[in-house]
Design a protein around this ligand. Structure first.
Ligand code: FAD
Length: 467
């Protein structure tokens, strides 16, 4: 991923704004840049743009949206920012969090009203760390649907999207101004395009096993469920350019990916009183801290798996989520009239599972303290029929990346900004702080769409000389 001297670049045409990567961040950046009057070119390495965005559940938290207001939900950027900072134990850039929180409502409204993304609010339970209902998703709650809606919007705006175009090299002047990008076509030919501003939207390094092993060894042996093409290219260019980077050991894990199906099981099964047990029928953690930190706890169990234990009351709000419905259709959701029968069905010791359920029942009634620190008080104890799904832990995407300012400009270690280089989404430092425990539910797409919109708008302004 070299950065070459601008004097070596040979190209026949120049566009205002080049965006590298066609996931949620890149497509949002392209829509915003076009809206701001720029000529935009998106380069995407895959022949069919999917990204981690397509693999996700497609849920975006946002505060103060018209949808929330129509349902009488009182939310604000301050409340959202407070929730994100609390999850990250204040160990992230508060200015970026505030910028993202303030942009969240207007960005989701803009995607809905201007670009036709059909959001609905997820109701029935709160995600870990969320004070109010604020998860916005497309009707089937899939990332494929969100990605499809963004691609359709880009198509309607006649945005030039070159697929099968892996950006390999940047050309830059000595003062860090990027002047061109070289990209490889599937047949190996190289093409170069000149540019006035560049937005890096090529996500993190989850698909690069060596980088994950070097930077986040604790999760290197877990399965990676994000996009394989996310190879850390933004970080490699950043290193060559001398950009600042932060939180490279941080990531979004998930502690309940249905196995062997590969679908993330919604945390709404656990938040209202469901829990996880290992193959011995024993709980092993506070499940509601968050799904990211749960990944390492789940894979630390015998056989590297666990069971989500819940009932049809907790299942009801999750029916209709495609990820869940698919596992159910494939027979992955086990149901039984008694805990003993469920234990026999899933092959865990019945006495142990009965004891665990009884213990949780006591905690729900306010008797005793949970040894893992979870507060069950006021939750309904599980009731028949009982349900179980086998799960494992996984790496979803990396959270470390290029340090940006609130205008999404890539920064140097001394805090100065590169003149025409922007980054967002998984290419930039996330809002999770330094480790696995700081990931705020939905923080990935929230960063992608808000920072993408900002990066596209600012890049267009720089390119057109109006900044
Ligand atoms: C299973 C799963 C569930 C998730 N659920 C949620 C959720 O519900 N809510 C949420 O907020 N987040 C969720 N996430 C995280 C979310 O998917 C990511 O945070 C988000 O998609 C990042 O968007 P992005 O545009 O930065 O990256 P991506 O969507 O990954 O797009 C990056 C694109 O860049 C392309 N690219 C990479 N390198 C190059 C190159 N050199 N040249 C050209 N193109 C390149 C890639 O091919 C890719 O298409 C989930 C992730 C996973 C894996």
């Amino acid at each position: 991923m070299p950065v070459l001297s601008a004097s070596e670049a040979r190209f026949e045409y120049t566009v205002d704004v080049v965006v590298i990567g066609a996931g949620a961040c890149g497509l949002t950046a392209a829509l915003a840049a076009k809206e701001a009057g720029a000529e935009v070119l998106v380069l995407e390495r895959d022949t069919k743009p999917t990204g981690s965005t397509s693999l996700s559940t497609g849920l975006i938290p946002a505060a103060g949206t018209k949808l929330q207001k129509s349902l009488g939900i009182d939310d604000s950027p301050e409340l959202l920012a407070g929730d994100i900072l609390a999850k990250a134990k204040q160990q992230t850039d508060a200015a970026i969090v505030r910028m993202v929180a303030e942009a969240s409502g207007p960005t989701v409204d803009w995607l809905a009203e201007v670009h036709g993304v059909a959001f609905k609010l997820v109701e029935g339970f709160l995600y870990p760390g969320h004070s109010v209902l604020r998860m916005h998703g497309t009707p089937n709650r899939t990332g494929t649907e969100l990605q499809g809606a963004l691609l359709a919007a880009a198509d309607r705006r006649q945005i030039d999207l070159v697929t099968g175009a892996r950006a390999t090299d940047l050309y830059a002047t000595a003062d860090g101004r990027v002047t061109a990008v070289r990209y490889a076509r599937p047949d190996g030919t190289l093409e170069t395009v000149g540019l006035k501003a560049l937005a890096l939207a090529c996500c993190g390094f989850g698909g690069n096993k060596e980088m994950v092993r070097e930077l986040i060894p604790e999760i290197a042996d877990a399965e990676y469920w994000g996009h394989a093409g996310n190879q850390g290219d933004a970080i490699a260019w950043g290193r060559e350019l001398g950009a600042a980077m932060a939180d490279l050991g941080s990531y979004q894990g998930h502690g309940a990916v249905a196995t062997p199906y590969g679908n993330p099981m919604n945390w709404g099964l656990l938040m209202p009183g469901g829990f996880q047990v290992n193959a011995l029928g024993q709980r092993f953690s506070n499940e509601v801290r968050g799904y990211s930190e749960q990944a390492v706890d789940t894979i630390a169990q015998p056989g590297r798996f666990a069971w989500n234990i819940y009932d049809e009351v907790r299942e009801k709000p999750i029916l209709g989520f495609t990820d869940y419905d698919q596992v159910a259709a494939l027979g992955g959701i086990r149901k039984a009239p008694t805990i003993r029968a469920l234990a026999q069905m899933i092959g865990v010791p019945a006495d142990a599972l009965e004891a665990t359920v009884a213990e949780v029942g006591e905690l729900c009634a306010g008797r005793g303290e949970d040894r893992f620190g979870r507060d069950f008080r006021g939750k309904e104890p599980l009731r028949a029929p009982f349900c179980a799904v086998k799960v494992t832990g996984a790496l979803f995407h990396t959270q470390g990346g290029l340090v940006i300012d609130t205008a999404t400009r890539v920064l140097r270690p001394d805090g100065s900004a590169f003149p025409n280089l922007f980054a967002g989404g998984g290419a930039a430092r996330g809002m999770s702080g330094p480790s696995r425990w700081g990931y705020f539910s939905g923080g990935g797409l929230l960063s992608a769409v808000t920072q993408g919109r900002s990066a596209g708008t600012r890049a267009a302004q720089i390119a057109r000389g109006s900044n």
